[in-house]
Design a protein around this ligand. Structure first.
Ligand code: X2X
Length: 353
């Protein structure tokens, strides 16, 4: 009897000594990171970098596992913010488009022909409008940590070059399930259909849609040239990514862990933004990759890449852009109302700085 008890106690002591320090300190074995795209996209590479940096900087105490392709959501990309706020998912590396159902303020980035340049985008993120989006996230139980990028979105299709609004007439365009995108393409006379990214790739393959809109960082890895021969670089709107955490969980972390995670988010974001802009901003991003991140892998010039695969890539003149901006002005006005004219004014002020 006594021997049995001693054996049991010894076994318990042994089991206790085998508990890894992370568990002892109350950390989870794995923190689940929601990512809408796959690991080979710049966005996915950024998410992996975030997980790697956090592991390094916390000496393995915080182990983040990226779940690519919205696997945790069965593809329902627009649910990411809701699930992280609930604590069903710990954290996310996600597009402002995908958080917009919970954070309507995030649609400030998606007003058609409103931002148009990297400089404007960077001013907004660093300014009052970016802060307002982060503050809105805090209010719903999310802790925004840093910005990353998907990019300015470009339209591609299999039918014809798009250089004026009439060229879009009747084209069936896949858009993400955010009503602002449906409104914009309807306003331009297209026939938009919304579907999740996971289904969109099959739809391109099967020719169920004539076109789509996404940044080059998505178009290149998905090999859009296999389906579409025409791309228009019209920068009509942009989706930054936000790296965010469940707020309650975040607040329970010790300060040193919070610092390590935040700095990892910031560094991965800077790295990922540079990947997304490589070849689009002169040498600027290529220099950041080389000097700050010692990244020497070849990053293809996205436009040259698409052209080398036989695509016709159109760039629009200021007048041509204006024709699209004029045509979509009612959508901008309607959605400025939905987002709040205050925030729109803040964004205008940020961009004018
Ligand atoms: O669904 C899309 O188009 C994508 C991949 O760009 C986003 O997740 C917003």
């Amino acid at each position: 009897m006594l021997t049995g008890l001693l054996v049991a106690l010894a076994a318990m002591a042994l089991a206790a000594s085998m508990v890894p320090p992370a568990t002892a300190a109350g950390f989870k074995k794995e923190y689940k990171l929601q990512v809408n795209v796959g690991p080979s996209f710049y966005w996915g590479i950024g998410a992996t970098k975030f997980a790697d940096l956090v592991r390094e900087r916390t000496d393995g105490r915080i182990n983040i596992k990226p779940y690519f392709g919205s696997a945790l959501l069965k593809g329902a990309q627009l649910k990411s913010a809701q699930m992280v706020a609930k604590g069903v998912i710990d954290c996310a590396y996600e597009s402002t488009i995908n958080v917009s159902p919970v954070i309507p303020e995030a649609n400030i980035f998606h007003l058609p022909f409103f931002i148009n340049t990297f400089e404007n985008l960077d001013r907004m993120k660093a300014g009052q409008s970016g802060q307002a989006v982060f503050a809105a996230m805090e209010k719903v139980g999310l802790k925004p940590l840093a910005w990353a990028e998907n990019g300015f979105r470009q339209v591609t299709n299999s039918k014809r070059p798009i250089e004026k609004p009439e060229d879009l007439k009747g084209l069936r365009i896949r858009v993400v399930g955010n009503p602002l995108f449906m409104d914009t393409f309807r306003q331009l006379g297209a026939d938009p259909v919304n579907m999740n990214w996971g289904d969109a790739q099959t739809a391109f393959q099967q020719g169920v849609v004539d076109g789509q809109e996404n940044p080059v960082g998505v178009l290149i890895p998905v090999q859009i040239h296999q389906y579409h021969s025409y791309a228009t670089m019209w920068n009509y709107l942009v989706d930054p990514l936000v790296i965010y955490w469940n707020r309650k969980q975040w607040k329970a972390f010790p300060a040193d862990i919070r610092k390590a995670i935040r700095e990892s988010a910031e560094a991965s974001g800077r790295f990922e933004i540079a990947l997304c802009r490589a070849g689009l901003d002169g040498d600027k991003s290529l220099t950041v990759l080389k000097n700050d991140f010692n990244y020497t892998m070849a990053v293809p010039d996205p436009v040259a890449f698409m052209e080398s695969r036989g695509m016709t890539v159109s760039f629009l003149s200021a007048d041509q852009v204006k024709a699209f901006a004029d045509a979509t002005a009612p959508v901008l006005e309607k959605w400025a109302g939905e987002i709040g004219t205050d925030l729109v004014e803040k964004a205008r002020a940020d961009m004018a700085r």
